[in-house]
Design a protein around this ligand. Sequence first.
Ligand code: PSV
Ligand code: MN
Length: 407
Amino acid sequence: MSIHSEGLSDNQSERVLAALDQFQIETPSWGYADTGTRFGKFYQPAAAINLGDKLSDAGQVHRLTGCCPTVAVHVLWDFPEGSDPAEVVRQAEQSGVTIGAINPNVFQNQQYKLGSFGNPDATARQAALQHCLDSIAIAQQVGSQHISLWFADGTSYPGQDNMRSRKRRFAEGLQQAHDRLSHDQMLLVEYKPFEPAFYQTDIADWGMAYLLAKSAGPQAKVLVDTGHHYLAQNIEQIVAWLLDEQMLGGFHFNDRRYADDDLTLGSIDPYQVFRIFHEIHSYAFDQRGVYPEIAYMVDQSHNLKPKLEAMIQTVMVAQELYAKAALVDHAALVVHQSNGDIVAAERMLQRAFTTDVNDAVVTWRRQHGLPDDPLDALRTSGYVEQAARERSERRDALGIVQATSYA
Ligand code: PSV
Ligand code: MN
């Protein structure tokens, strides 16, 4: 099959194909279930009811896109008391996916009102640590490499707690969790500036996550959630610094206009996503073509868009932007940079960003026996309608009421 794509040189088409060959992105189990904002939920009949449904949906996304073989799971939401990890592995296999990052949940139980690892009460801290250790054990049982840690910890009023003590409690908890990792596992430490705490968050930015990951041990790295930054923040610079320090563990991708909005990737600022990917390709160029191991993950749950469509749309945008960023000629860029030719250097990024890579992406899909347009394919597959029918019947049988009345 010719790799030539309309409008692209052979070299550009090759770059796109090579980029797509090494790009995979994990979808989150919580993106397939009914979720909402704190003001309300808008239910979808096709929403997943249980983990089996979520894995099945993730399997459908992977079947159509060919680049989402793993699914991130949330321990309390997906592994209720007494659930059997072996059975989860079997269900995942049946759906054509495997279990990816394990997300402990130390933010929803009553005992975490004043925090988890940062809580002034040692009993609450111990409970949080135990849950993380249990999550690491689950990860080992399901063959998962990543433990993704997000803490809602913080304080909402000045003087509420001692910030230095909270920092030290965090360092201690993370070290203890790190001690339990097997040699192939990695702790990913996520940061977020605010919400649910409104005065101070214990791991508020990448610097705090970096310091805590460093003090935890060599198998801890930073996780960058694109929605977890102040509006003017230069996220790609954070990515560049973490890459240079070999401390970038993974991403939670989503887009936002105001805060942690969980919008589909690239819906507001695709150029920012492109610039993030550009830093990764640029780093790999410096490493003679060797790419760092990064866990690319989606962290979105949709209240308005149909869930599978939103997920596939996100994955397609991620592939497209990753491929566009691969078009930058780094050798030429280095020359422009050392000549101080700002305009020529910037144009290299702009040109790559505005290049239409769609034909090359379709070529890649055909090479892998995938549909040309995964979104169209989802719409014609009947999968969502069938899921809506079957899940509505199951909800009725289980007595689960989905719709709320506004009367
Ligand atoms: C918190 O906002 C977060 O980004 C964390 O990654 C959680 O695990 C995820 O969202 C789902 O609540
Ligand atoms: Mn996240």
